[in-house]
Design a protein around this ligand. Structure first.
Ligand SMILES: Nc1nc2c(ncn2[C@@H]2O[C@H](COP(=O)(O)OP(=O)(O)O)[C@@H](O)[C@H]2O)c(=O)[nH]1
Ligand SMILES: [Mg+2]
Length: 264
């Protein structure tokens, strides 16, 4: 299979160089798939672009695009996913942060689950063996944990980590049914993940979770903001509303059909 690892960057000069080296090192151990990287940059103002171009000259399997317009993390992923699918002919796509919070040593665990027949594999912080940074203050742990719980309960998701940014999806099977355009996706920010996860589960994707060590951010600063949290809540609400509305429409249709059949 051709697996494209998408790595979004925005001002990640402190981590992206080493990270690319590490990802290349770890993926070269996986010999039963063709693995390439696709870095998508959001018009960084630091040396990120220069560093990625140097790595692109050093390694063969690095692709690099710059967002046509910086729209947010979801916008970057949607643009990169389309490039991966329709220019690079990806069968599966991995989402992997460019700030060294995801450990390249965990990549093989997700790929092994793909080999076992799973179609959507989540690198999970909230299953046994998974970790969050020890240095996180209590409020961050609380926010992350309960954010997940709200998504899980609000959307009746079977997953323990519903906001993880580290995942692998067999896109060749689902690409035509997923909202992979800026018109269809409900959020161009971090909340795009909740929308895609919700739809993959609704489409019946065989989903599993593997434990990952979510590392501390040593370099650069987080780009997630309060708006990302409020937008996530909004997306959960919209998706829930759609579910209730669709169930209502189906129920009404069945009611009308039953009445017609009874009359006949
Ligand atoms: N291309 C692109 N990358 C982004 C954008 N926003 C964030 N990123 C990258 O996405 C990854 C995750 O973002 P981060 O700020 O660490 O989110 P957090 O881990 O949820 O705090 C990092 O590698 C960022 O550099 C964006 O608008 N465009
Ligand atoms: Mg991060």
């Amino acid at each position: 299979m051709k697996i494209i690892i998408i790595i979004p960057t925005f001002n990640e000069e402190g981590s992206i160089g080493n990270l690319i080296d590490e990802v290349i090192k770890e993926t070269s151990k996986i010999t039963n798939h063709k693995i390439e990287l696709l870095i998508v940059d959001g018009k960084s103002k630091d040396n990120t672009v220069k560093i990625v171009n140097e790595k692109k000259n050093k390694y063969q399997n690095i692709n690099f695009i710059i967002e046509t317009e910086k729209k947010g993390l979801g916008g970057a992923y949607i643009e990169a996913m389309n490039h991966a699918l329709y220019v690079l002919n990806a069968d599966a796509i991995m989402e992997f942060d460019g700030d060294s919070q995801h450990d390249p040593k965990d990549i093989h665990k997700l790929v092994e689950k793909l080999d076992e027949g799973f179609e959507h594999i989540i690198g999970s912080r909230y299953i046994p063996g998974g970790t969050i940074p020890k240095t996180w203050k209590l409020w961050r742990k609380f926010l992350s944990f309960f954010g997940n719980k709200i998504a899980k309960v609000g959307l009746s998701l079977p997953t323990k980590d519903s906001t993880s940014g580290f995942k692998l999806t067999l896109m060749s099977k689902f690409k035509n049914d997923l909202p992979l355009s800026s018109e269809k996706i409900l959020s161009l920010r971090h909340a795009y993940k909740i929308h895609l996860l919700h739809d993959l589960i609704a489409l019946g994707a065989k989903t599993t979770e593997v434990p990952i060590n979510f590392l501390d951010r040593n370099k650069g600063i987080s780009k997630s903001t309060f708006e990302d949290i409020s937008e996530s809540l909004k997306i959960i609400f919209i998706l829930r509303y759609r579910k209730i509305r669709n169930a209502f429409i189906v129920k009404n249709k069945l009611g009308v059909n039953k009445k017609t059949t009874d009359r006949n």
